[in-house]
Design a protein around this ligand. Structure first.
Ligand code: 6PG
Length: 239
């Protein structure tokens, strides 16, 4: 595990964008699963402002780690957020965008999207293999859309599952641990004070850490990178 620590959210975005642009330059084709949330949003803004013409996006394939079951035009849609902040501002072929269709019947879409991943991605251990999975972590320790109350979904043998947000009841489609932990690299983008306790408990394996889905992120490749700002890392820095 590697921990990259930066002073601010903005610095996390700048350094992660730099990391991503190098990964893209080194590989002809790169398959990346994106996340929703506020940290990816500023990363997308940074990529769009400073890397749109520095990167050849034609070999980049974009997927999502999770999606809310809403229309692609809905303000809650992770796809819409990515279009607004990144996709509409870079030169990427339309056929490289592999979105989860939040408007479809969730159980059917989870199966269809699993098939998309099987078709598009190289396989290892008989499971599709992403070059990079980008994850956020919620204040409650959830990641992708696997929440603590449904932590068993993490170990599903399926590639995708239908999850339910604990407060709103909103259905979501999420990748499972089976495919997330099969990625070449997993990057956690976690910023803000609200995350400091869970970051500490999970990274330092304290107490009941195993009840948080984010603690189960452990790629077989061992390439797990945390991009944290000092607010999120406050508790681990004390040690
Ligand atoms: C989603 C996410 C989710 C998110 C975390 C962190 O669609 O809701 O993929 O897992 O990454 O909730 O979000 P923030 O970056 O806003 O803290």
């Amino acid at each position: 595990m590697k921990i990259n620590l930066y002073n601010t959210k903005q610095e996390v975005a700048i350094n992660f964008s730099d990391y991503l642009s190098k990964l893209i330059k080194q590989n002809k084709t790169v398959h990346i699963a994106l996340s929703g949330g506020s940290t990816p949003k500023i990363v997308f803004e940074e990529l769009a402002s400073n890397f749109s013409d520095k990167v050849d996006w034609s070999g980049v394939h974009l997927y999502w780690g999770d999606e809310r079951c809403v229309a692609p035009t809905d303000s809650e849609s992770n796809y819409k957020m990515t279009v607004d902040y990144l996709i509409s501002k870079i030169n990427i072929p339309q056929e490289n965008i592999h979105r989860i269709k939040g408007e479809e019947v969730p159980s059917k879409e989870a199966i269809r999207y699993s098939e998309v991943l099987v078709k598009e991605l190289p396989q290892e251990n008989n499971v599709p293999k992403f070059d990079l999975v980008i994850l956020g972590m919620g204040d409650d320790g959830h990641t992708a859309s696997i929440f603590p109350h449904e932590i068993n979904l993490w170990d599903s043998k399926n590639i995708c599952e239908v999850a339910i947000h604990p407060d709103s009841g909103q259905k979501r489609i999420s990748l499972t641990g089976t495919v997330i932990n099969n990625a070449e690299t997993v990057a956690f983008l976690v910023t803000g004070e609200g995350k400091k306790e869970k970051v500490d408990v999970i990274i330092n394996k304290k107490g009941d850490y195993k009840q948080y889905p984010a603690s189960l992120v452990a790629p077989k490749s061992n390439n797990l990178i945390w991009f944290l700002d000092t607010a999120a890392a406050e508790e681990i820095k004390k040690e």
